[in-house]
Unconditional design. Structure first.
Length: 464
């Protein structure tokens, strides 16, 4: 068997959280480079850079929406697998992994068919103008044709992390990101393929990551390896239920960006395309916060799920305190970075002074709610990791509902630039509400689980 990097049930909990959270955070930070590097090179294409970047920005949330289906399956199945491992049910864990793989294969067939058959309508509805549509269409067509690699690399990587192999999960992402950084300038500038070249580089990079991940999961040295067979509708339904909360978080984030672009186009008038370009740069920075933050909370779900299955409630409490501390520290640092280095970040995308000024302003506005957001993420993901989607799902939905509501109200009253204030308002209210709900529920949940585990152990001892 491959050497286990982390013993989820016995290692020192603080060190364990650090060993899993930091590689998971870095993996997602590197993963952001996929989109950021593409946008940086696209924004610097001579003559057409700003318009091409707006086109890529329109595609960005659609791309994220596609990969959110990987989270539906991957993040849905990973906590279930961790819980099975904690309960010493290796056969059940193996079935979960097999069912997740076949679900991702099915999605990789269905999604391209649906998107390619409606892409023209989608791109126009999501803010593409006559000037930006050709670039959005180029990028989207290539990316969707290679969607299987995006789904596999993102979805199956969760099953390396949840078995304690966070470093290998990080390596898989880094391999893809480095490949993308190398290939982007070659395809965009050397081969003069422009926006299509950026998409091709991304697809190849994700394919490389997929090969690395699947090679490890198929290895006989893995504790739970990828097998074929044992498929069941009941298992798939459970995976979908568990994955619904993270799916909604990611999918709705994509829909929110789509709605934001459409709103900026609608109320921005002649400046609509410029605002979309600036929003694309702002979202690129914000992804550097939310994706690593999700890496911390998503990666450590394996710790919470395993110990919840094993009934080790005190380890869960200790892990939660450490996870929340890391999230608060990370967001505080990124808030300081936003106010200090955002002009440097923006200059990597555009040399246009007007675009740069608005982009820096938008970044500083967007991070004002980061401290409350650092509470919302770990508490929602903790509910999911412990197999309690009935709490995670409403809290996720509430944040998205408030975003949509404000997105369509504030610009009507105060104009297009009010769109940029929606993020901090929603992050603050969501963080406060989630913290209140979590604090009121967690003690009762852990107390009940401890009693259930004691009863299970007593029954097992009696039967034995």
């Amino acid at each position: 068997m491959m050497k286990v990097e982390n013993d989820l049930g016995r290692d020192d909990i603080r060190k364990l959280v650090l060993r899993i959270a930091i590689p998971s955070m870095l993996a997602q930070f590197v993963n952001v480079l996929y989109s950021i590097v593409d946008r940086m090179f696209i924004g610097n294409i001579p003559v057409i850079g700003e318009q091409a970047l707006a086109g890529a920005g329109i595609c960005g949330p659609i791309v994220t929406l596609i990969t959110s289906f990987a989270s539906l399956v991957g993040i849905g199945g990973a906590p279930l697998l961790s819980i099975r491992l904690g309960a010493k049910d290796e056969k059940g864990a193996t079935k979960i992994l097999a069912n997740c793989f076949i679900m991702l294969v099915a999605l990789s067939i269905l999604i391209p068919i649906l998107v390619l058959s409606t892409k023209g309508m989608l791109l126009r509805a999501f803010g593409a103008s006559d000037a930006t549509y050709p670039y959005a269409n180029e990028y989207m067509t290539v990316y969707v044709l290679g969607a299987i690699f995006a789904l596999m690399s993102s979805g199956m990587n969760q099953f390396l992390i949840c078995q304690g192999y966070a470093k290998r999960g990080m390596i898989s992402v880094m391999i893809g990101a480095v490949t993308n950084i190398v290939l982007d300038p070659i395809f965009i500038f050397v081969f003069d393929m422009g926006v299509s070249g950026a998409a091709i580089a991304t697809v190849i990079s994700q394919a490389v990551s997929s090969v690395y991940i699947l090679a490890h999961l198929l290895s006989k040295k893995m504790p739970i390896r990828l097998t074929f067979g044992g498929y069941g509708i009941s298992i798939m339904k459970k995976i979908l239920v568990y994955g619904l909360s993270p799916f909604i978080i990611i999918a709705f984030d994509s829909l929110l960006i789509i709605a934001m672009n459409a709103t900026l186009k609608m109320y921005g008038g002649s400046q609509g395309d410029m605002y979309i370009t600036c929003a694309t740069i702002m979202q690129s920075f914000f992804l550097m916060i939310t994706m690593p933050l999700g890496g911390i909370t998503g990666g450590t779900q394996s710790i919470l799920g395993y110990n919840f299955g094993a009934g080790n409630v005190e380890r869960i409490r200790q892990a939660l305190r450490m996870i929340v501390f890391l999230c608060l520290l990370f967001n505080a640092v990124m808030m300081a970075v936003a106010f200090t280095f955002s002009p440097v970040f923006v200059r990597m995308f555009t040399s246009n002074a007007q675009y740069a000024e608005i982009s820096v302003w938008a970044i500083k506005i967007s991070v004002l709610g980061l401290i409350p957001l650092a509470l919302q993420y770990p508490f929602v993901d903790a509910f999911t990791g412990m197999g309690l989607p009935m709490y995670a799902l409403p809290l996720s939905f509430l944040r998205k509902f408030n975003y949509f509501l404000l997105l369509f109200v504030l610009p009507v009253i105060w104009g297009a630039k009010m769109v940029f204030y929606v993020e901090p308002i929603v992050d603050t209210t969501a963080g406060i509400i989630t913290t209140i709900v979590f604090a009121s529920k967690i003690n009762g949940i852990l107390r009940r689980r401890k009693l259930e585990k004691e009863a299970e152990d007593e029954l097992e001892a009696h039967v034995g």
